[in-house]
Design a protein around this ligand. Structure first.
Ligand code: NAP
Length: 323
């Protein structure tokens, strides 16, 4: 039976579906996914047991939110049957735009509740964090949103957001930050410790390091040439260059070795590590541009790695990250 995790007052699968890939032309990281394919991906995620979806205003200015909820609607999913998380874009805006754009978010979600609304980044707004948090708290009290989250917040900013909300009796549900076997800064920068202390769920973005942990680029380095420039740039030291692939290959080899034992794929082992190694604090939102990706992600929920496998993967990852 699939286990669940708590997100605020809701229960969710440890793995949800990241929906940046559904942004249309709005995000420069991934090519557009046609709506029929979006629907097939969402159908595969639901069939595999996934109960929640992460999107954002920034992903195509509402394009991802609309693509996701159009698919949910066409698939006969009733509002409230799944959890939908979105994000407010702070860049170049004041906190006033949180409430001003909330009706746009609600419209883009086409009847599906905005169960979790996240401040997409700690910087970039002209307003103080206190004002941003106040606006979110008002939306929460008005019932427009089901919970308040933040994203890309360091430990100090997360603690402050938590304290500002707590003073108004509003819980901080989550902090969405990059975590994977190739990105483990939460262990050093205080975010993991603070999240555990404050009972804040960490939602791991880019849990496959944007595909680098799947092993497909190691198998076929030439395929990285077709990746969009921004994605290649963000890949950096552990991304897609020949050197980067050589650097991370020992980790892919270990993922493969564990995958063989379980009859699984390296992708599934990487996801199972993420939601196993950190206990209940971390949930993950892999993105999918193909049906197979969503099928693999959903099935990874049922893959339980042994303590020894979790530790060995962590050790190999540490060596790669230090190398
Ligand atoms: N809060 C933030 O600032 C922030 C930042 C980044 C992401 N996010 C969220 O996190 C989600 C996930 O991040 P992400 O999409 O950047 O990275 P990711 O989940 O680490 O990687 C997704 C990509 O990996 C490849 N992939 C996935 N499953 C695969 C499989 N089974 N086999 C082979 N390849 C597979 C696909 O690449 P191809 O499409 O090339 O095949 C897919 O697009 C996003 O959708 C978004 O919701 C949030």
């Amino acid at each position: 039976m699939t286990s669940t995790r708590r997100l605020g007052t809701r229960q969710i699968t440890p793995i949800g579906l990241g929906c940046m890939q559904f942004a249309g032309r709005g995000v420069n990281l991934y090519p557009p996914v046609p709506q029929e394919e979006v629907q097939a991906i969402v159908a595969a995620a639901l069939k595999g047991g996934i109960t929640w979806f992460d999107t954002a205003e920034m992903y195509g200015g509402g394009g991802s939110e609309r693509a996701l909820t159009t698919a949910l609607h066409n698939l006969g999913v009733r509002p409230g049957e799944v959890l939908v998380a979105s994000k407010w874009t702070p860049f170049g805006r004041t906190a006033r735009s949180i409430e001003k754009t909330a009706p746009q978010r609600v419209a883009a979600l086409q009847g599906y509740p905005l169960d979790l609304h996240q401040i997409h980044a700690p910087g970039g707004s002209f307003s103080s964090l206190a004002r941003q948090v106040d606006a979110m708290a008002r939306l929460y009290r008005a019932g427009t949103i089901g919970g308040v989250g933040v994203s890309n917040f360091g430990a100090a900013a997360m603690e402050r957001a938590h304290a500002l909300l707590a003073a108004q009796g509003v819980p901080l549900v989550s902090n969405q930050v990059q975590i994977s076997l190739l990105h483990r800064s939460v262990e050093r920068d205080g975010v993991l410790t603070a999240a555990r202390r404050l009972d804040v769920t960490l939602i791991a973005s880019s849990p496959l390091r944007s595909g680098a942990l799947t092993g497909k680029f190691h198998d076929n380095p030439g395929s990285t040439a077709s990746l969009r420039g921004m994605r290649r740039l963000l890949g950096g030291r552990y991304g897609y260059s020949r050197r980067a692939l050589d650097r991370t290959r020992p980790l892919i080899d270990e993922l493969r070795a564990v995958a063989v034992v379980h009859g699984a794929t390296p992708t599934q082992v990487a996801l199972a590590w993420l939601v196993g190694y950190y206990g209940d604090t971390v949930v993950a939102i892999p993105g999918a541009s193909k049906v197979r990706h969503a099928e693999e992600a959903a099935a990874a929920v049922d893959l339980a790695l042994s303590g020894r496998e979790l530790e060995t993967l962590a050790e190999v990852s540490t060596r790669v990250l230090r190398g």
